[in-house]
Design a protein around this ligand. Sequence first.
Ligand code: SF4
Ligand code: SF4
Length: 275
Amino acid sequence: MDKQRRKFLKIAGATALAGISAPVVVNLTGSPAVASAAKNQASAQAAAAGGHGDDTAPKGVKLGLLIDMRKLYGHPELLDKATQACNKAHNIPKIDNKKSEIKWIWKTPFANAFTDQSTSNASYTTRNNDFLVLCNHCAEPPCVRVCPTKATFVDKKTGIVAMDFHRCIGCRFCMMGCPYGARSFNWMDPLPFIEELNPDFPARMRGVVEKCNFCGERLALGKEPACVEAVKEAGAIIFGDLNDPNSEIRRILDKEHTIQRQAAYGTKPSVFYIV
Ligand code: SF4
Ligand code: SF4
């Protein structure tokens, strides 16, 4: 086994663990005990809010993300900032080729992001701004169901749909299973395309699938996801436990109308949008 491969395995293992450690929840959303004690209340609030009841059924911690597009309209530079922060944190190679590009969070027009929504009556603003899209960390993820090696799995402590790069055999079943195009395949060695290597995150190899991990490695250090931090001043992306009635994300979901991407697929996305 060559040196690079050994290093990859070591960091990948550490990252997988880091992404599922308990402090994640404590630092960001209050203690699991609080979430658990308040679960009935959360359920009642969710039902009262109408529309998110199923998605927030109290099964412990379920991390989610809310993108308030009202704060991003007219500011494409903020979308780029969030993407660049993610790319930098995760050694995402810059490959200018549609077939081979690697994307964890990217911008796309409303019509592409929400293919089930009518655009004919959408506002001018909605139709003329790009939206940030990423893995939805679905509560019912088809990508997990079809993975033969369990390389992609739901972390029970956080609800994150995680990847163990080491277990990925590159069959791409998960890519076919994901209806959101949220996964990318490394058709070539990504290393030569990484502009500035972050030594704290593993660089992947050719033949491995990857996607947004909700910054599990940052959560384990008590930090927010890189995209959230990048647009912090605008307060445009909110991250936290959907099942914790005291979390900011839960409070916003309970009072604002939000939409999810293609919710009718039944995957129960954990990424919400205010449009
Ligand atoms: S968005 Fe796609 S990759 Fe992410 S959890 Fe849902 S099905 Fe899986
Ligand atoms: S949560 Fe982290 S990995 Fe996911 S898109 Fe945001 S920055 Fe990227």
